[in-house]
Design a protein. Structure first.
Length: 152
């Protein structure tokens, strides 16, 4: 057996691959064209209307350089709108559109089902413990990430 089969980094990568694949498959079945990162961004904007792209990036632990493309695609899909910040003309505040709000309401049950599918090999107690341990591990290395989570 290869040593990588017991390495957390390799296992996390494999689970991430499965997570993206299941997310894309399950949401596409219901007619949605949204990536996991776009969903995270849309959810974060809904939770804090008017936030800027840099804040959005830190709230979903995504790199600031790439978040612009994510927002561009959400704007193109008419799920998000940008407005110039009146106190800083260089900054753009982000808001979920009515179409975006409707999409979130429709896609959330699918996303919840994806989480169940991802952990279908675990019983309910194991799922809670697994998520708790993942959160603990993520928090421990957060500051070492190229895109640390910063919830403000």
């Amino acid at each position: 057996m290869l040593e990588i089969y017991e390495m957390p980094g390799h296992l996390v990568r494999r689970l991430n691959q499965a997570s993206v694949s299941v997310f894309m498959d399950e949401t596409a079945k219901k007619g949605f064209d949204l990536t996991p990162v776009q969903y995270a961004a849309l959810s974060a904007i809904e939770a804090k209307p008017g936030l800027d792209q840099a804040t959005l990036a830190s709230r979903i632990a995504y790199d600031r350089v790439t978040i612009g493309g994510v927002v561009d695609r959400l704007v193109q899909k008419e799920l998000v709108r940008r407005e110039t910040n009146p106190s800083d003309r260089r900054a753009r505040n982000l808001y979920v559109t009515e179409k975006g709000t409707q999409a979130l309401a429709e896609i959330r049950p699918i996303v919840n089902e994806v989480q169940t599918i991802l952990l279908e090999g675990l019983d309910a107690d194991e799922r809670r413990e697994f998520v708790r341990l993942l959160q603990k591990a993520c928090e421990a290395v957060n500051d070492r990430s190229r895109a640390p989570l910063r919830v403000t």
